[in-house]
Design a protein around this ligand. Structure first.
Ligand SMILES: [Fe+2]
Length: 184
């Protein structure tokens, strides 16, 4: 797990100031999402030989940046700025080959319906984020025990409370489109 922490922090550290008091909350959300990607990968019969998600550039980058636009752009319609941050990182790492995939992973992570075949990175990522945001109510086959083990190791630190307060503010300001980051 320590290599994952290092990789997540390498991507988030430049945004520490912007994250401010939400640093611990967001950092652990990113780490839980990656852990849930690994759990989903472990129970997938379709992708037993592909690398463990949390060891790959595409999952690490999609996870680190997927909600970061909330803080970097101060926007609740945060998917486009989050995509931009991920693309910038990939450019700097000379990994432009992952641009399309990572863009789709971030753009589709709040899709309500399935975003691709169960073992595709886009769908694994969507499922992992859904698991975390739903407090494990939806788990896509991951056991309650495995879910609890991850959330115990990586506590919420107020992440869900933050999402609720952002939603309330957004609803006041934009009553006709309270959740712009969701799509069908
Ligand atoms: Fe998220």
């Amino acid at each position: 797990m320590s290599a994952v922490i290092e990789e997540v922090d390498r991507r988030l550290m430049p945004w520490r100031q912007e994250l401010g008091a939400d640093w611990d909350a967001y950092r652990n959300h990113v780490r839980r999402v990656l852990a849930f990607c690994d759990e989903l990968h472990a129970i997938s019969f379709r992708a037993p030989h592909t690398p463990v998600p949390s060891t790959t550039e595409e999952f690490l980058t999609a996870a680190a940046f997927h909600d970061l636009g909330i803080w970097s752009a101060g926007a609740f319609d945060y998917v486009p700025p989050s995509v931009e941050l991920a693309r910038q990182w990939l450019r700097e790492q000379d990994r432009g080959d992952l641009r399309t995939l990572v863009t789709e992973m971030i753009s589709d992570h709040h899709k309500v319906r399935r975003a691709g075949p169960p073992a595709s990175p886009i769908e694994v990522f969507r499922r992992a984020d859904t698991m975390d945001v739903s407090f494990g109510l939806v788990r896509f086959g991951v056991t309650r025990q495995r879910y609890s083990a991850v959330s115990k190791q990586l506590p919420d630190n107020g992440f869900h409370r933050r999402l609720v307060s952002l939603t309330i503010r957004r609803t006041r300001e934009h009553p006709t489109s309270p959740l712009p980051m969701f799509k069908w």
